[in-house]
Design a protein around this ligand. Sequence first.
Ligand code: ASP
Length: 338
Amino acid sequence: MSKVVVLGTGGTIASRNNPAGHAVASDDVSALLDSVGVAACGIEIESRDILTTGSYLLTPADQLGIVREVLAVLCDPAVSGVVVTHGTDTMEETAYLSDLHHADSRPVVFTGAQITAGEPTSDGPRNLRDAIAVAADRRSHDLGTTIAFDGLLFPAAATRKRHTTALDAFDNGATGPLGRVDTGVLTLLARPVRPQPLPFPKELPRVDIVAVYPGADRTLLDAAVHAGSRGIVLEATGIGNANLAFVDGARECITNGIPVVVATRVAGGDIMPRYGNGGGADLAEVGALPAGLLRPAQARVLLASALAVASPSEIAGIVRTHTHLTVVPYTPVNQTDT
Ligand code: ASP
């Protein structure tokens, strides 16, 4: 029998309205499991609460703590897979952090909900049941960390929250979904080609995201450096453009050993060094690194993890390898794998 450990961290899936009528994470993970009724599906379930909080409140130390717990659970060879229930707001960051440091073949599956536990229409029970089914499925080996949500399974890398309220809260502009999950049955379509996982860091350094917009100067970039940022992610416009003030700021950062990664505020598409006069070609010329298909939130996680575990000369290589995202079609080996 498969054994799945469910780790609770809070989020909408665990939220109920407080007396003021505001949703607050409050249910423990055993209450979530009661709502799913998984006892009958032939999967042994163990559960543990790590946190009970909104994911909009998490710190990098909390996120590292969640991943540390996942790795601790996987020290038990009897465990088939791990599920993490998590708020949707920053799920893409914690799941990606997990994926970056996940060196085990067994699956780690994040899930959550858009509708609170107190509502009869909550999507939490369905999402949790699907995530458990994925975590228990042998075919999920070597998928890394995934997000199971609204009947779709996504690789953590390049998946982002795409809608504030819709049940299909996530998408992945780089690879699309890896599969579908229908009433707890996984149909696998593709497998990610995963880069070499990074060693697990003790702590994450401060990395800030600085937005580029019409009229933006380098005030906030300088403030981030002044506040102790060890790396900067530019949330650039379009294909990765900024302006001459940011190019000067990026040059100065890079000269001072603070790497700069260029991501975009646009929902889809790659970063290209195409434009001059403060555009992406100038940023590339001063040594800024393209985030490829990672959006700013995950580019920040990647840069922080890279800074935590690698020497300055290795950062560019790590960013390059981890922003090259590909999947290969899933081909079943035999009948039981279909
Ligand atoms: N909307 C969020 C959620 O789904 C709130 C949070 O991230 O905790 O849980």
